[in-house]
Design a protein. Structure first.
Length: 395
């Protein structure tokens, strides 16, 4: 049985024009590897999350899948039919089945248009919906599915009259009005408040649970992924470095980069926070990809082999089927240990138990509900009190 979306070895390279200085020095043209061999799939009723730092190539991957940019190489199939390289006319029927929700609801909606015209526009472009009354009925239905009820009260409004969450729901409704099989959501909740974010992401989860739509969710928030995604793909410098069922990957990450991303997520209970994994430097330049493993300049586990060997994505020992990583030195499967006083922490990247960070983990268990008795060190009489978030020091 074919997947709803099947991407194989997708490549998107941008050739940078040479400057006069480059020509005089006879330097070759630089090639930016925005996407460098990505393979993934999405099934109906499934929400797959693509995560990674800014500059990892997540949005470029989405644009290549949708044909918004022409990939340099690779295959993109929808229900088994290859669509890469199709012209605008041949691509139009496929675009009805693939829609995208952009990151910024303040920039993606035309401020001059009403909600009704925004949601009905895809129907006009694809010449669907029949009469004006039929198009209006479809727009109302899409808005209702997106959680804007009663929809009739929103139709005459303009984006400036809506909140951020309502704007994003209008963008989702415009994507749903054509009844797509595949929805690609590029950071759909990054600009929203936490409560509004939960509603938008819950809506995407409901669309998947209906069984008719598959969603590729692009995000950098692993806390979001843990609650809503079925599978997780971690992307670094244009490649997927780890992939598998969400719970499996988050409970036992195999790639050091995934472990570092997880350490950046704060746990609501300070007693269950592990130590931080701080990576040195920034994401390397996609136009000057390091030899060997692309992560080795920032990896604390890198050895000589990592400098020369570029690992391929493949199964990992002691991991369930479907969990794969591109690493020569994957992390051990059992990574949870018991720390003193009932706290749990995770081992560092070398497999040793971490010492809780004194900044993140002061010994204040006697101030925590249910904590064991303990005492705080006496305060320094000459110490300056901690400032409040606004910068005011309390006496």
């Amino acid at each position: 049985m074919s997947h709803l979306l099947d991407v194989e070895d997708l490549v998107l390279h941008h050739r940078v024009p040479r400057t006069i200085a480059d020509r005089v020095a006879r330097r070759p043209a630089r090639v930016v590897r925005a996407v460098d061999g990505v393979s993934l799939h999405v099934d109906r009723g499934e929400l797959v999350a693509l995560v990674g730092e800014s500059g990892s190539g997540k949005s470029s991957t989405a644009q290549s899948i949708l044909g918004l940019v022409t990939p340099s190489h690779g295959t993109v199939r929808i229900d088994g039919s290859a669509i890469e390289g199709l012209g605008a006319r041949a691509m139009r029927p496929w675009r009805r089945r693939m829609q995208m929700v952009l990151q910024d609801p303040y920039g993606s909606l035309d401020p001059r248009c009403t909600v009704a015209s925004i949601v009905e526009e895809p129907l006009l472009i694809h010449r669907l919906g029949g009469s004006a009354e039929q198009r209006r009925a479809k727009a109302v239905d899409a808005l209702e599915r997106a959680g804007l009820r009663p929809a009739e009260t929103f139709l005459p409004r303009r984006p400036r009259e809506l909140s951020g969450g309502q704007r994003q729901r209008v963008a989702i409704a415009a994507g749903l009005v054509l009844g797509p099989s595949l929805l690609i959501a590029d950071e759909p909740a990054s600009m929203l408040d936490v409560s509004v974010r939960a509603g938008v992401l819950g809506l995407l989860r409901e669309l998947c649970d209906s069984g008719e739509t598959g969603i590729l969710l692009i995000t950098h928030d692993l806390a979001t992924v843990a609650h809503y995604a079925d599978r997780l793909a971690v992307m670094y410098l244009g490649r997927i470095v780890e992939e598998g069922p969400t719970r499996t990957v988050l409970e036992a990450p195999a790639h050091p980069y995934t472990r570092a991303l997880m350490s950046s997520v704060l746990h609501p209970d300070p007693r269950e926070r592990g130590g931080r994994v701080v990576l040195g430097g920034d994401v390397p330049d996609p136009g000057a990809r390091p030899d060997g493993c692309a992560f080795h300049p920032r990896c604390p586990l890198a050895d000589d082999g990592c400098h020369t060997t570029d690992p391929a994505l493949g199964p990992v020992d002691q991991r369930p089927a479907g969990h794969s990583a591109a690493c020569l030195r994957p992390l051990p499967a059992g990574h949870t240990t018991t720390a003193p006083a009932g706290r749990t922490t995770t081992p560092d990247l070398a497999g040793r138990a971490e010492t809780p960070d004194p900044v993140l983990w002061p010994d204040r268990r006697n101030h925590m509900p249910g904590g064991t008795a303990g005492t705080l060190p006496p305060a320094d009489p000459g110490a300056v009190p901690d400032p409040l978030p606004g910068g005011t020091v309390m006496p």
